[in-house]
Design a binder for this molecule. Structure first.
Ligand SMILES: [Zn+2]
Length: 160
């Protein structure tokens, strides 16, 4: 299965380009087994976008390499998958914690150092608490852009 790592990576990326090309040219939405709305609802319920069952998480911070039911690959190690998760976390921390804390400090409701400590602790708690949600979000956006990447949809494509 995992004979040569480099050739695996190359074939994956050429497959990716081919699938994007196919999507642009044929708009396969209508004949896809798993629709975009399925992908949204499944990911929001923290379920596998491919089979819709709860088997994506190894623990709070990590996805399983493969879905425990349908064996779909979940971790995309070549494409800096977890980078997306942390960057969304930073943006959320700035919007929901750091900006409100700054406003309170400027308004004189809390002191400067209380604000700094609140911002640090709040950001960490937010990122840790929402991490599984952020992972789901990254999976959601990935397959929303390329729904034909789902094994269920690929099988349908091949049979046609
Ligand atoms: Zn699955």
């Amino acid at each position: 299965m995992r004979s040569t790592k480099t050739s695996l990576g190359l074939s994956n990326s050429s497959e990716w380009f081919r699938s994007v090309h196919t999507r642009v040219n044929t708009a396969p939405d209508a004949r896809m087994k798993v629709s975009r709305s399925d992908i949204i609802s499944r990911c929001l319920m923290a379920c596998c976008p491919n089979c819709g069952r709860f088997g994506m998480f190894k623990n709070w911070f990590r996805l399983n390499r493969h879905c425990s039911h349908c064996e779909m690959q979940l971790e995309k190690d070549e494409s800096g998958f977890y980078f997306g998760t942390t960057s969304i976390g930073y943006v959320l921390a700035i919007l929901l914690v750091i900006i409100p804390v700054c406003v309170f400090v400027v308004m004189g409701k809390i002191g400067m150092w209380t604000g700094v400590i609140l911002a640090i602790i709040g950001s960490i708690l937010l990122c840790v608490g929402l991490y599984p949600l952020l992972l789901c979000w990254v999976i959601l956006t990935y397959y929303l852009v390329s729904p034909q990447e789902l094994p269920e949809n690929k099988e349908k494509d091949e049979s046609n």
